[in-house]
Design a protein around this ligand. Structure first.
Ligand SMILES: Nc1ncnc2c1ncn2[C@@H]1O[C@H](COP(=O)(O)OP(=O)(O)OP(=O)(O)O)[C@@H](O)[C@H]1O
Length: 632
């Protein structure tokens, strides 16, 4: 309900009177702050307030609104952990939609106009409106009421304080921003029910958030099962119980910025405790900070590889004529695994690599690698693996430590990168969490966690309920679920998308086939007919060339686009465009996929990789998927 300026002033007056009557002897500043919070009950929020404000060991107010549940202390707090325990116990077991539960890690904590230890977010009186920001609205009015109904009887010594909005004077309707803000919050919550993960988790997800692990742990499971959601909740949970920085990292360059933005909305009080960065940026920053910068020039490195290939082509072209295959062999198998001698290479099981190599052939590949290294050295050029290796040396000698490290999309991290991240976490309980899905690997050259010396036996968890993709989208994506067995990143059988349970019915998946010449019109039509806002949609391709070409078509048709490369999670109204490599880990209400098909069958390894990339692309769509196959 939108409040008029008049109704809003009345709500503030009523709240002031109510608070004055409830705590006649209280400090006027305290009463003013509580009054400011209580006034917001006029537009649907609920407030449960403590009768005895003297005790300094628990929240004075529980605020329940579209942003979730906030335990609020007014003035100062002596015993933070006791207040957190009290709030978590009060909320434990509160039921949400579809068998979900209110997660303890979802509760916000704030101190208004006073001091408090972490995890309380300190806000001045003037900053009270930050509690009511609209960009995080994710609960409906009915959900707010249901939570309040269950929480109230559990909070002994608290009573509900609320004011009613009076009818607006007609001439004042819509005058004040606050009215629109309130309305926007509700609209946002209705439009973004999928954001309810911020407050409600499946009991299995919730268990993984709080479970104690006395060593590295792993969460796997098919696309859309909430692995990242659990990781973010767990970071929040761990941050509240530790001191020192925490790290969330992944291989994809653009993903950490998106998760940073999500986390800042979800857990603003901890935003500066958790670092969000990709593996290579982290390594580069460390070396820069230590005065040993190692600039990477991937293009110059590729040139050196090509030179080396011309020297060794005759040795290897019979086995596989495409130099890209051997480049990947060096990138992912030899350097990615940090191999430093031929003997080590001879011993390696090259998981997922199509061309089988005997010892003599491996020796030839090794010579190609050595020539490549020599050329890099001569030119002073470094590739990404060199950066990781240098950072690993640095960290082994004397590295920073994190209270906890979470690695998302772990299936694509090179093995040496994993070793680096393991060093950062150390061997402390709850130190390292690896989150991923072997079925979504979009780069070749697999490993097992045990190859990195990371033992997760007994600490491997699997999520199975897909919350992201509506049924028809999921059915479509399952078409790419190859028969190949998927591994759980540690050698055992993993759960595939086919085994995932569907949480949301409905949805829509359409297929289109044609030529580039026909795509122009078909794409414009598909965009026009998108049943979701443009800003909530993405166009995904499988190569940069196709992405550029599609972006060109869209621009010519007057569609505002934003490269996925530049997307940092801030909402806007442009269609996101990019390759599947940039889209992984993200989701959108609507997704358009443009796949360029060529006549003839791809080699098995490539076909398998492509099937996984298709599966990743299709599972980015929540509600609506349009899949174009363009014959080249
Ligand atoms: N408990 C939940 N309640 C409501 N929605 C949820 C819940 N958990 C996850 N979701 C929804 O599912 C989507 C996918 O979650 P998330 O990105 O964590 O999955 P994932 O397993 O990491 O996926 P992927 O491996 O495909 O990247 C989220 O954006 C969210 O909308």
């Amino acid at each position: 309900m939108a409040l008029s300026a008049h109704a809003w002033r009345q709500a503030q007056r009523q709240a002031g009177d109510l608070v004055g009557r409830a705590w006649p002897g209280a400090d006027p500043a305290v009463r003013r702050i509580i009054g400011a919070v209580v006034a917001h009950t006029a537009d649907g929020r609920r407030v449960l307030a403590r009768r005895d404000l003297a005790r300094r060991d628990r929240a004075d107010l529980f605020l329940i609104g579209a942003n979730g549940v906030t335990a609020v202390v007014v003035g100062s707090l002596d015993d933070g952990p006791a207040a957190v325990r009290h709030a978590e116990e009060a909320c434990a077991g509160i039921r949400g939609p579809q068998g979900q539960v209110l997660a303890g890690s979802a509760i916000h904590y704030a101190v208004l106009g006073g001091h408090a230890p972490d995890p309380f977010r300190r806000l001045t009186e003037a900053e009270v409106p930050l509690l009511f920001r609209r960009d995080n609205a994710h609960l409906t009015r009915a959900q707010v009421d249901a939570i309040t109904a269950r929480l109230a009887p559990r909070l002994t010594g608290y009573a509900e304080l609320g004011v009613k909005a009076t009818a607006s004077a007609p001439e004042e309707r819509g005058l004040l921003d606050v009215a629109d803000v309130a309305e926007d919050q509700l609209t946002a919550a209705r439009q973004r029910p999928f954001e309810s993960w911020q407050t409600f988790l499946h009991p299995h997800q919730q268990a993984l958030v709080t479970r104690r692990y006395n060593g590295p742990a792993r969460i796997s499971g098919p696309a859309g099962t909430g692995k990242t959601v659990v990781a973010l909740h767990r970071l929040r949970h761990l941050a509240r119980r530790t001191t020192g920085p925490l790290l969330f990292t992944t291989f994809v360059r653009t993903l950490p910025a998106v998760h940073r933005a999500t986390f800042a909305r979800f857990a603003p009080e901890l935003a500066d405790r958790v670092e969000f960065t990709n593996l290579h940026s982290w390594a580069r920053d460390l070396l820069d900070a230590r005065g040993r910068p190692l600039p990477v020039d991937a293009r110059a490195a590729a040139t050196q590889f090509n030179r080396a290939w011309t020297v060794h082509r005759d040795d290897l072209a019979d086995l596989e004529p495409n130099p890209a295959y051997w480049h990947t062999e060096i990138d992912r198998v030899i350097k990615g695994r940090g191999l430093s001698a031929l003997e080590e290479y001879l011993a390696v099981v090259r998981k997922g690599r199509r061309v089988r190599l005997d010892a003599g052939q491996k020796a030839k590949v090794w010579r190609l690698y050595e020539t490549y290294q020599e050329y890099l050295r001569q030119r002073g050029v470094h590739d990404h693996n060199d950066l990781v290796a240098a950072a690993l040396d640095e960290v082994r000698a004397d590295g920073p430590r994190y209270a906890a490290v979470v690695v998302d999309e772990v299936q694509d991290i090179p093995l040496n990168g994993l070793r680096l991240l393991r060093e950062l976490a150390g061997d402390v309980p709850d130190g390292l969490l690896l989150v991923g899905d072997g079925q979504q690997q979009v780069y070749t050259g697999g490993w097992r966690l045990s190859d990195a010396g990371i033992p997760v036996q007994g600490r491997g968890e699997v999520l199975r309920v897909n919350y992201r993709n509506r049924e028809r989208v999921l059915d479509f994506a399952r078409g790419f679920d190859a028969d190949n067995a998927v591994d759980d990143l540690d050698g055992a059988a993993g759960v595939t998308l086919r085994d995932a349970e569907v949480a949301a019915p409905g949805g829509e998946a359409k297929r289109w086939r044609g030529t580039w010449a026909e795509l122009d019109e078909a794409l414009a039509k598909a965009v026009r007919e998108l049943p979701v806002p443009l800003g909530q949609a993405a166009l995904i391709t499988f190569s940069n060339t196709a992405a550029h070409r599609c972006a060109g078509l869209l621009k010519a048709a007057g569609v505002p686009v934003c490269a996925l490369e530049d997307f940092a999670g801030e909402p806007d109204d442009r269609l996101k465009v990019g390759t599947v490599h940039r889209a992984k880990g993200l989701d959108f209400q609507g997704v358009l996929v443009v796949e360029v098909t060529r006549a003839g069958a791809a080699p098995a390894e490539q076909a398998e990789l492509l099937a996984r990339q298709r599966l990743v692309a299709a599972t980015r769509a929540r509600d609506h998927l349009w899949w174009a196959e363009v014959a080249e």
